[in-house]
Write a protein of this length. Sequence first.
Length: 205
Amino acid sequence: VLSDEPRIFLQPGFLTEEECEKLISLAASRLEVPLLRAADSDFELIEPSSETAVHQRAILEPDWELELPWLQSIVKRMHVFARVPIQHGEPLHVGRYRDDEQFPLHRDSFGSPWAPGYVDTHGGRHATMMVYLRNVSSGGHTVFPFVPAGAEDEALLRVKPVAGTALLFYNHDVDGYFNPLSMHGGCPPGPGEEKWIAQRWFYQR
């Protein structure tokens, strides 16, 4: 447990090295620069720029979860860990960040850049799960600026990318209300390095 408010959990060894590499291989040829949601809007999409996220990501087709047993196993374990029904998940995303790429501070819940209409039917993104697929020796941290680190030499919570480690955080509190303390961002990895992550978002209903 990294934090009780908001609820943040870290699970080393969630994926094997082989599973991490399979996800990277599956996504590598399908990477594209995503549209972003405006900071002051749940639904307005904007083009990335040098001031916003410039990473690339691939959305894995839901049908692949049925066709590829190893992928189905990963997704099921994600839902078990998050304690969320399988039907409440968005398609799995795999993202790549190079040494000049980052994701600025943002919130995951209320609205979805993948399918904005989902919020009316499914509610907000109750929780976010991220699994690091490669080790990053410098930079690349996931940061929570409003969550204390719990260490004397750190002012805010920073999570270092370690291959196979899962990071789970809840964007809503136990009563279902959005928790603004869940705001987070992705730092660029160090020179010559790449950060790879797999992400799954879980809806409230």
